[in-house]
Design a binder for this molecule. Structure first.
Ligand code: ASP
Length: 248
C-alpha cells in the first residue's frame, strides 16, 4: 500500500478533530497528516493565526481567546487541559512574529497527535528556509533547487522510518532555528512538499467546503462543481482567487 499525504484545514473545533480522525483512520496504512491552525467557526469569528499575530503585538484579549479555544477543544476531546502547551505559548509569544504566527499549527498538531496516538514531528525540523526566508520559487523570487532539496532530504530521512505522523503546516525554520512561515494559507504547501518528498501515491487536500467550484458561490449562484481539473487549471483558479488550494 502506498503512502498518502493528507492536509486538513477547517479543524476549528472538537467536532472538526473527530471528523479528521475518522477520515485518517478510515484510510489506514502509511498516512502523514498535515494540519493547519483552527479557522473560523462562523463568519464573524477570528482565525487562530490572526489571534496569534494580535497576541504577539501585545493584545491580551486575543491571548485569552486563544486559551479559551484550545482549552475547549482539549476538554471536549478528553485530552485533559491544554495548560502545558498554552504555558509554552505564553512564555514565547513575544519571541518573533513568525514564531507567534506558527503556534496555532504547532498546538493543533500536538493535540491531534495525542488524540490519535500518532507521533508528532515538528515542521521546524523538516522544512528548511534559507536565511532570506525563502523555500520555493515564488512569482517574485527565484531560488536555486538547493534549498528545496534540503527540505526533501530531511522529510525523507525523518518521516520514512515512521509508519505515520502528524506535522504542523505553514512553517519551517532556517539553519539557525528561526521560525519562518509561508504566505497565508500555506499549510497546503507543507502538505504538497510531504507528498512530493515521500513519493506519495496521493496527496489529499481536505478543506471545510465540498469540492472545487467554477466561481465564488457567494457571488455567482450558478457556480458548478469541477469533477476534475489539470494542474494548470487548478493553478489558474487559485491565482484567480479560488481559496481551496494555495497557488504555490
Ligand atoms: N494558519 C495559516 C493561515 O491562517 C495557514 C493555513 O491556514 O494554511 O493562513
Amino acid at each position: 500500500m502506498g503512502i498518502i499525504a493528507m492536509k486538513f484545514g477547517g479543524s476549528s473545533d472538537a467536532a472538526g478533530f473527530r471528523r479528521v480522525r475518522r477520515i485518517v483512520e478510515r484510510q489506514g496504512g502509511r498516512v502523514y497528516v498535515v494540519l493547519s491552525a483552527p479557522g473560523k467557526r462562523h463568519p464573524n469569528d477570528f482565525k487562530m493565526t490572526d489571534l496569534l499575530c494580535r497576541a504577539h503585538g501585545g493584545d491580551g484579549g486575543a491571548l485569552g481567546e486563544i486559551h479559551l479555544r484550545f482549552s475547549e477543544i482539549a476538554r471536549a476531546l478528553g485530552l485533559g487541559d491544554a495548560n502545558g502547551w498554552l504555558a509554552e505559548l505564553d512564555a514565547s509569544i513575544a519571541r518573533s512574529a513568525g514564531w507567534a504566527a506558527s503556534r496555532g499549527e504547532w498546538v493543533c498538531a500536538r493535540m491531534f497527535a495525542r488524540y490519535c496516538g500518532m507521533p508528532f514531528v515538528d515542521a521546524a525540523k523538516l522544512i528548511h528556509f534559507d536565511a532570506a526566508g525563502r523555500l520555493l520559487r515564488e512569482p517574485t523570487q527565484r531560488v536555486g533547487t538547493a534549498v528545496l532539496e534540503h527540505t526533501y532530504a530531511r522529510l525523507l530521512r525523518r518521516l520514512k522510518p515512521l509508519k505515520n505522523a502528524v506535522i504542523p503546516g505553514f512553517y519551517g525554520a532556517t539553519a539557525q532555528g528561526e521560525i519562518r512561515t509561508f504566505p497565508r494559507g500555506g499549510s497546503d504547501i507543507t502538505g504538497a512538499l510531504l507528498g512530493a518528498a515521500l513519493s506519495a501515491k496521493r496527496y489529499e487536500n481536505w478543506t471545510d467546503v465540498d469540492g472545487l467550484l467554477s466561481a465564488d458561490p457567494t457571488v455567482c449562484t450558478r457556480a458548478i462543481h469541477h469533477e476534475a481539473v489539470s494542474y494548470r487549471q487548478m493553478r489558474q483558479l487559485s491565482l484567480a482567487g479560488a481559496r481551496v488550494l494555495h497557488p504555490d
